[in-house]
Design a protein around this ligand. Structure first.
Ligand code: ADP
Length: 360
């Protein structure tokens, strides 16, 4: 079998270090052919090489397994969300289109005075569509989407978060235009830890800010989107870098109606009258998008549960024998699925939005 090095040159089919790829941890890529990489890592690096077959500067001296992790686990090759999948949030969609999507599609127009900010913050209660917006941006702007949860950097990648951040930004710069979505960004850029802050998390934060600063000044087409449910914990440095800050609130009544219809229609189960839909929307004041999804799931079990109660065996049950989902199903689902966000929490978001949010 002949194999190719990531510079495209022939690699003899003999592995150094006895084929023990486990020893790879800690190895460095120097831009020279490295025969001791296993095949999946090699493939991953080959894709990132420039036309000259060399690994870009930013990725040299990084551990191959971290680059591979970013390419395979953090990079989402098919974010698969479009604007039309997101209910409501018209204000956010408009801002994001102007500030992010157009500049990514037409960097030649959005330069000089029109150059866009490179950092966007989406804040608001959990389950309101922040991640969906991030994915839709990547989809609409034909950009590569990277998703990382900031808390995993501190919990799962203890002591290595810094290196992973470098690999993340390195791979993103090879995959431009790129959108890096950092979930729970407060756990990375919070003001809380400043006193007894661990040395390692301080270094991680510094590394992250350095990387952001690095592409801010250049012509890179990389956008950072931070998402948080705790905007009040972000410090001044974080706010300064995340120049546009959009409040992603709970869905309006119309948006809730849209979610119900959209989810049920996908399965051909939508038979509710307008009046019934309006009633459900009144009863779901304060529900998030993700609460609504759970509610619809629970309500759609109603007809199935009823059929089984009548003694029909699940194995003999025919889909066409099930009645449509009704208001009654929603009413009983409402006692199972409660709203996950409290009024007090909403007050905090609204205050923060008044003080720091991008209101227009
Ligand atoms: P967040 O990132 O704000 O915590 P997500 O974007 O991950 O929330 O949303 C979780 C799930 O809730 C989504 O997969 C989707 O099914 C549903 N959802 C939330 N908000 C919306 C919305 N505005 N429109 C449609 N579905 C939504």
């Amino acid at each position: 079998i002949s194999r190719r090095g990531f510079r495209g040159n022939f690699v003899p089919p003999i592995k150094s270090n006895g084929g023990n790829t486990g020893n790879m941890i800690g190895s460095r890529i120097t831009g020279k052919c490295d025969d001791s990489l296993d095949d999946s890592t090699r493939r991953c690096l080959e894709i990132l090489c420039g036309p000259d077959g060399e690994l870009p500067e930013k990725l040299r001296n990084l551990e191959p397994r971290l680059i591979e992790h970013v390419s395979n686990e953090i990079m989402d090759k098919d974010p698969n969300v479009r604007w039309n999948d997101i209910a409501g949030l018209e204000h956010a969609k408009k801002c994001v289109t102007e500030m992010v999507i157009w500049p990514l599609l037409r960097p030649d127009i959005f330069c000089g005075c029109r150059s866009p900010g490179r950092g966007l913050l989406l804040f608001g209660p959990p389950g309101t569509g922040k991640t969906m917006i991030g994915k839709a941006i990547a989809g609409e702007a034909k950009a590569t989407f990277f998703y990382i949860s900031a808390s995993s950097l501190t919990s799962k990648w203890i002591g290595e978060g810094e290196k992973l951040v470098r690999a993340l930004f390195g791979v993103a710069s090879c995959r431009q235009p790129a959108v890096i979505f950092v979930d729970e960004i407060d756990s990375l850029l919070s003001q809380r830890k400043s006193d007894g802050e661990h040395e390692s998390s301080r270094r991680l934060k510094t590394q992250f800010l350095i990387e952001m600063e690095g592409f801010d000044s250049g012509n890179e087409q990389i956008l950072i989107i931070g998402a948080t449910n705790r905007p009040q914990e972000l410090d001044e440095a974080a706010r300064r870098r995340l120049t546009k800050r959009l409040y992603i609130p709970l869905p309006s009544s119309d948006a809730r109606a849209w979610i119900i219809r959209n989810l049920l229609e996908k399965d051909g189960l939508f038979k509710l009258s307008n009046d019934d839909t309006t009633t459900i929307c009144k009863l779901t004041e304060g529900y998030s998008g993700s609460d609504m999804k759970n509610l619809v799931k629970d309500a759609s079990m109603g007809p199935l549960r009823e059929a089984l109660k009548q003694g029909i065996e699940i194995t003999n049950l025919r889909k066409e024998d099930m009645r449509p989902v009704t208001l009654v199903d929603f009413e009983s689902a409402l006692s199972e699925v409660r709203p996950s966000v409290s009024l007090d929490e909403l007050g905090i978001y609204e205050e923060w939005n008044k003080q720091f949010g991008s209101l227009s």
